[in-house]
Design a protein around this ligand. Structure first.
Ligand SMILES: [Zn+2]
Length: 290
């Protein structure tokens, strides 16, 4: 049976296209061949959005997931969790809401570790949490995680042991299978990985290679999604960070945009973060027109 278009979008926080020098850029480590092969086919997107200063998460993610230039609208790049004005924009313009209006089934594949994500304090709601709370009927929690119907943000659950999780760690391959099964049940699935940004800011220089090893195992498995007909795999970031270990802050480097599978040619000419959401909407529109 012919199925409709399915999109799996991996958002990796703080991943830029950096130098070819492996001393500065941990992505150039020769052990990371899975990751390098994927990135070798990536387009580069501008993350600076025509605004002075270093690009930041709240405005960059809003730009990525709404298609609106949040940095220009706010007059500056805003870090961390979005303030009230940005939240308003996210609630109105986010990609989940736009796709739902078209009758598409969307999901956020990350698991929350508290029983009711609606109780996350406003000041600690990330861009993805704001849009999921606004647009999705259901978010994934412990039950979904433990039954393989969600993936924890760290992929293998290694950060959860300090938060009361006493289960086993899982492999990157198992986590990839869980994500793929979620993505099969939805038209649009988003998974967010932000430890890349944490590692880029960290003074502990052992963290970045560890984080990248996890992605090197996980991402090629997940990208197999695109091998099936009418399946599109996308990966993008909000700003550079981990690709330059000579600094603890973000970078102005372009970010990778990987698109493989159905309609991937529609992503070849994209230039900046705000182009991604409109291109995804165009894919579904084009599919409907066929
Ligand atoms: Zn950061």
């Amino acid at each position: 049976m012919e199925t409709g278009l399915k999109i799996l979008f991996i958002f990796v926080d703080g991943l830029g296209m950096g130098s070819s020098d492996s001393v500065i850029n941990p992505l150039r480590d020769h052990c990371l061949s899975g990751l390098s092969n994927l990135l070798a086919n990536a387009a580069s997107l501008d993350a600076c959005l025509g605004v002075e200063g270093l690009p930041q998460s709240a405005t960059g993610q809003t730009a990525l997931f709404t298609g609106m230039n949040a940095s220009k609208l706010m007059g500056r790049h805003i870090e961390g969790f979005p303030p009230a004005t940005l939240k308003k924009l996210i609630r109105k313009e986010n990609i989940f809401s736009k796709l739902r209006t078209q009758g598409k089934q969307c999901t956020f594949a990350n698991s929350y570790w508290i029983d009711d994500p609606h109780r996350i304090p406003l000041r600690r709601q990330s861009v993805t949490t704001v849009m999921a709370l606004e647009a999705l009927d259901k978010m994934r929690g412990k039950t979904e995680l433990l039954s393989g119907k969600a993936v924890h943000h760290d992929i293998t659950r290694w950060t959860m042991q300090t938060r009361g999780y006493d289960g086993e760690l899982i492999t990157e391959e198992e986590a990839a299978d869980h994500l793929l099964s979620v993505a099969e049940e939805n038209d649009f699935t988003l998974f967010e990985y932000f430890l890349t940004d944490r590692a880029g800011h960290s003074k502990n220089r052992k963290l970045a290679p560890e984080i990248l090893k996890t992605l090197n195992q996980f991402l090629p498995q997940v990208a197999r999604f695109a091998e099936q007909p009418n399946h599109l795999f996308i990966l993008c970031s909000d700003h550079g960070n981990i690709e330059d270990l000579s600094t603890f802050s973000h970078t102005k480097n372009p970010v990778p945009l990987i698109a493989c599978g159905a309609y991937s040619e529609m992503f070849l000419s994209l230039k900046t973060l705000t182009d991604v959401t409109p291109a995804i909407l165009d894919c579904f529109a084009k599919e409907q027109a066929v």
